[in-house]
Write a protein that binds this ligand. Structure first.
Ligand code: GLA
Length: 730
C-alpha cells in the first residue's frame, strides 16, 4: 500500500454549526464533501491538495456549498443531475445522507455516500474513486428503486461540479469524419452551454465527451489552474455548463437522456458511467499528463506494452484484397523493419455475396477464397516467415442488407417495426441490435471463430462505421432503453473477448476516430485517430486528441502523397515526422515506393524503435499549437526520469517573409546536459549547427534552439533526440 496523507473524515464545530467533511484525496488534489446524516450531501471544495488546517479554512472562508448531486425537488432551481418520476406520478426528491463508507483499493480509495429520499423508497449512492498517483477522481452514482413499483429516471447524470465564476474558459473538441478533435477554446458566458451526441453507437465524431475547464482565463499549457473532465461512456452523452445568476458555473456530465428514460423496476439499480476529473495548477499540459498516466495505468488495455510498428492495407489497396498483393505488402513492411501487417476490409464473402463494394457481404465472415485461395492461415505463415505478425479487420456490430446473415436474421437489426429501414454507408449498412443476447453471441463468435481458426493472429482492427439510424429494438420491451442497452451489450461482448483473449492487440476504429472515449478504451490497446492521414491535417487532429489521450494509443500512419482525401502533397520526411509523434505505422502500398523512399523509411523506423518508449510512455509537453497560427507547431515527450526527450517541430505554413518563433522546450531537467541528435535526417542534408552539441535543460527551456527557416521547403520539419549526459552542471 502506498504511503499517503489522507484525513478522510473530519468533524469539527464552528460556533453553533458542526461539520462532517469527507475528503477524497489524490497526491495533489482534494475534493471535500459535507456529509451530515439527515442532511443533503454537499460539495464544499475541489482543487489543489488541502492539509488539515486548510480544511477548516474551507468552512471558514464562506465559499462553496452546493448540492453534490443536484436533484429535482425543492432544493435546486436550475439544471439538475437527477430527475425521477415516482410510481404515483410525483416528480420531486429530497435525498438525505444515510451513511458513508470508505475502503482502499490498490490505486487509492473509494468513498461511497448513500442518500435516501425522505418520502419514497429511493436511494442514490454517490461514489468517488481516487487514483492517488495519477491525480484523478472518478465519480458516478448508483440509483436504486427500493420500492415495489417502477420508477422512471428522466435525467441521471454521472457527476456534477460547481465552478466559481471568474474568468473561466473551456476547451472542447468538435469535428467530423476526417477532421476529428478540432480544438475550440472560449470563455464561459452567462448561458447554458450544451455539448452532446446522439449517434448511438459512438460519440467522438462530432463533439467529444471531454472538456478542459480553465479557471484563470484563457488557458495556458504550463501555468494556471485547470480541471479536466472526461465522461467514460461510449454512447450518447451530454455535458452542460449552466451559468445564470449566482456565483458558480454548474457543470453536469452524463448519459444523454434524450429518448432514453430509464425504467427502474422493483429493487432495480442503475449505475451511471464514471466521470473522471483531474485538477492541475500546471495548465492544460498538467491535466493532460495526469490523464495520460491514468490511461496507461488503468484505462487503456496493456498501456505499458510497446506498440508494434505496422502496415495497414486500407489506403494501399482498399477493398481490392488479393493474396499476391497481401504477400507483397507483408514483404514490404518486413523489409522496412515493421513488426505487423494488418489486412483491412475486403477479405470476406459468402456463397451469395462478395465484398467488392461497401454495399455487400458485411456480416458474412468467411474468407473469400477467390481473393485469398490459401486462406488466412497462409498469410499468417507468410508474415511469420518474414519475422512479423499478422492482424485482420472486422466490423462485427454492423451488416449489409445484402448479406446472408441479414437474410437469415432480419430481426437482429435495430429497426422500427412497420417502417422502412434507413441505410447508411454503402446504401445497405445497418446496425445489429446489441441489446439482444443472440446478437451478442454472434458478435463474440465473429471474433472467437477467427481466433480459433487462426490462433496466431496478433491484432484485430475492430471497426464501427455506422450510427443508429433506425431507432428501435425488436428485442427490447422498453424502446427508451435502446441506446443504453446497445452500449451495455457491446461492453458485455468486449468483456467476454478480453476474458478469453487478454493478450491480443485490438484497435478501436470507427470511421477513423469516432469512438475515442474512455468508456470503451479499457478494452482496446489503441485507436485509429482519423481516416484523414494528410500530415498537415493530422497535426491538428493529433494535437486535439492529445489533450486527453496518450501517444501510445494514438495510431498515426505514413500515407501516400498527394493525400487521398485532400490531394495535399507532402514530403516523405514530413509525413514520417508527423506520424512518428504517435504510434507509428504505414498506410500505403510499399510497391509504390522508390528505393530511396524505402531506405529513408527503413532508417526512420529504426530511429523510431530507439525512441519508442519515450514517445509512448513519456510525458507530453505541447509547445506551440497549430491552432495559434504561428507558422509552426511543436511538442515534445520526456522520459519519466527526464534523462531522454524527443522534440518535434513541423512548419504549418509557408510564405516568403515568414518569421517563425524560436521554440522554448519544456519538461526537461534544468540541471541536465542533453546531447542533440537529429532523427529522420534526409540523406545528404546539411547538419544543423546544434547537431551533436550538448545543452543544459535550463538553456533549452529558457532559450531554445534556433531552427533556421528553409525558404525552399514548404514541408520543413525536424525531430531531435535529447540524450541526457548525466553530467550535472556546476
Ligand atoms: C473505416 C476505417 C478505415 C477502413 C475502412 C474499411 O472507414 O476508418 O480505416 O478500415 O473503414 O471499410
Amino acid at each position: 500500500m502506498m504511503k499517503r496523507l489522507s484525513f478522510s473524515l473530519l468533524l469539527f464545530s464552528l460556533g453553533t454549526a458542526s461539520f462532517a467533511f469527507e475528503t477524497v484525496d489524490t497526491k495533489n488534489n482534494t475534493m471535500v464533501l459535507e456529509a451530515v446524516s439527515g442532511q443533503p450531501l454537499y460539495i464544499r471544495y475541489y482543487g489543489g491538495k488541502l492539509c488539515n488546517s486548510d480544511l477548516e479554512s474551507v468552512s471558514l472562508c464562506g465559499s462553496l456549498k452546493e448540492l453534490a448531486y443536484p436533484f429535482h425537488g425543492n432544493r435546486c432551481h436550475r439544471e439538475e443531475a437527477l430527475s425521477a418520476i415516482m410510481p404515483d406520478g410525483k416528480l420531486g426528491l429530497n435525498l438525505l445522507v444515510r451513511s458513508v463508507s470508505r475502503k482502499g483499493w490498490e490505486g487509492g480509495e473509494i468513498v461511497e455516500i448513500s442518500c435516501r429520499d425522505d418520502v419514497y423508497p429511493f436511494e442514490v449512492k454517490s461514489v468517488y474513486k481516487s487514483y492517488f498517483e495519477e491525480n484523478i477522481i472518478e465519480t458516478w452514482t448508483e440509483i436504486s428503486n427500493c420500492g415495489k413499483k417502477p420508477v422512471v429516471l428522466s435525467r441521471f447524470d454521472s457527476g456534477f461540479l460547481p465552478i466559481r465564476v471568474g474568468d473561466v474558459w473551456i476547451t472542447h473538441f468538435y469535428g467530423s469524419w476526417g477532421a476529428e478533435a478540432q480544438v475550440e477554446t472560449e470563455p464561459l458566458r452567462r448561458e447554458l452551454v450544451t455539448i452532446k451526441s446522439k449517434d448511438g453507437t459512438r460519440n467522438a465524431n462530432r463533439a467529444r465527451s471531454e472538456v478542459m475547464i480553465s479557471l484563470d482565463g484563457k488557458p495556458d499549457e504550463n501555468t494556471g489552474r485547470v480541471i479536466g473532465a472526461a465522461l467514460c461512456w461510449c454512447g450518447n452523452y451530454e455535458l452542460r455548463f449552466d451559468t445564470f445568476d449566482g456565483d458558480n458555473h454548474y457543470f453536469f456530465a452524463g448519459i444523454n437522456p434524450d429518448n432514453s428514460a430509464v425504467s427502474l423496476e422493483k429493487n432495480g439499480t442503475f449505475v451511471t458511467p464514471p466521470l473522471a476529473l483531474s485538477y492541475s495548477s500546471e495548465g492544460m499540459g498538467g491535466v493532460s499528463r495526469n490523464f495520460h498516466r491514468w490511461a496507461r495505468n488503468f484505462k487503456i488495455h496493456d498501456g505499458h506494452r510497446d506498440r508494434m510498428i505496422l502496415l495497414n492495407s486500407w489506403e494501399g489497396v482498399h477493398l481490392d484484397i488479393r493474396q499476391e498483393e497481401m504477400v507483397k505488402m507483408i514483404e514490404g513492411i518486413a523489409d522496412l523493419g515493421g513488426e505487423l501487417f494488418v489486412m483491412d476490409d475486403g477479405w470476406f464473402a459468402s456463397g451469395k455475396y462478395k465484398r467488392n463494394s461497401d454495399g455487400s457481404a458485411l456480416g458474412d465472415w468467411s474468407v473469400d477464397t477467390d481473393k485469398l485461395p490459401d486462406g488466412i492461415g497462409h498469410l499468417v505463415d507468410v508474415a511469420e516467415s518474414h519475422g512479423i505478425k499478422f492482424g485482420i479487420w472486422i466490423e462485427p456490430e454492423m451488416v449489409n442488407s445484402q448479406s446472408e446473415i441479414f437474410e437469415k436474421h432480419p430481426d437482429w437489426i435495430l429497426r422500427q417495426p412497420g417502417r422502412d429501414i434507413s441505410y447508411g454507408r454503402g446504401g445497405t449498412r445497418i446496425v445489429l441490435d446489441m441489446s439482444n443476447p443472440a446478437v451478442q453471441d454472434f458478435v463474440f463468435k465473429v471474433f472467437d471463430d477467427i481466433m480459433t481458426a487462426n490462433p496466431r493472429i496478433a491484432y484485430i482492427k475492430w471497426d464501427c462505421n455506422e450510427i443508429i439510424r433506425n431507432q428501435g429494438s425488436l428485442y427490447l420491451q422498453n424502446q427508451q432503453h435502446t441506446y443504453i442497452e446497445y452500449i451495455g451489450g457491446l461492453i458485455k461482448v468486449l468483456e467476454r473477448i478480453r476474458a478469453k483473449y487478454p493478450d491480443i492487440v485490438i484497435q478501436n476504429c470507427s470511421s477513423g476516430g469516432a469512438r475515442v472515449n474512455y468508456g470503451i478504451m479499457p478494452y482496446f490497446d489503441e485507436f485509429w485517430t482519423s481516416d484523414q492521414t494528410s500530415a498537415h491535417q493530422r497535426i491538428r487532429i493529433q494535437w486535439g486528441t492529445s489533450y486527453f489521450f496518450p501517444a501510445c494509443a494514438m495510431a498515426c500512419h505514413i500515407s501516400a502523397s498527394p493525400d487521398l482525401h485532400t490531394g495535399m502533397p507532402a514530403s516523405l520526411k514530413y509525413r514520417v515526422d508527423v506520424a512518428g509523434s504517435g504510434r507509428l505505422g504505414v498506410e500505403l502500398h510499399p510497391s509504390g515506393m522508390t528505393d530511396s523512399e524505402k531506405s529513408f523509411c527503413r532508417r526512420a523506423i529504426e530511429d523510431y524503435k530507439s525512441i519508442r518508449s519515450v514517445v509512448q510512455q513519456g510525458d507530453l509537453y505541447r509547445l506551440v499549437s497549430p491552432y495559434d497560427d504561428k507558422g509552426v507547431a511543436s511538442l515534445m515527450y520526456c522520459s519519466p526520469g527526464k534523462d531522454k526527450a524527443v522534440f518535434y517541430w513541423w512548419k504549418t505554413d509557408h510564405y516568403i517573409d515568414m518569421r517563425l518563433p524560436r521554440v522554448r522546450m519544456s519538461g526537461l531537467n534544468p540541471a541536465e546536459k542533453y546531447k542533440i541528435t537529429e532523427l529522420n535526417r534526409e540523406e545528404g542534408s546539411k547538419p544543423h549547427t546544434f547537431e551533436g552539441g550538448s545543452f543544459s535543460g535550463k538553456f533549452l527551456m529558457e532559450h531554445g534552439l534556433e531552427i533556421p527557416f528553409d525558404r525552399m521547403n514548404p514541408w520543413q520539419s525536424i525531430v531531435l533526440l535529447l540524450d541526457g549526459q548525466t553530467n550535472r552542471i556546476d
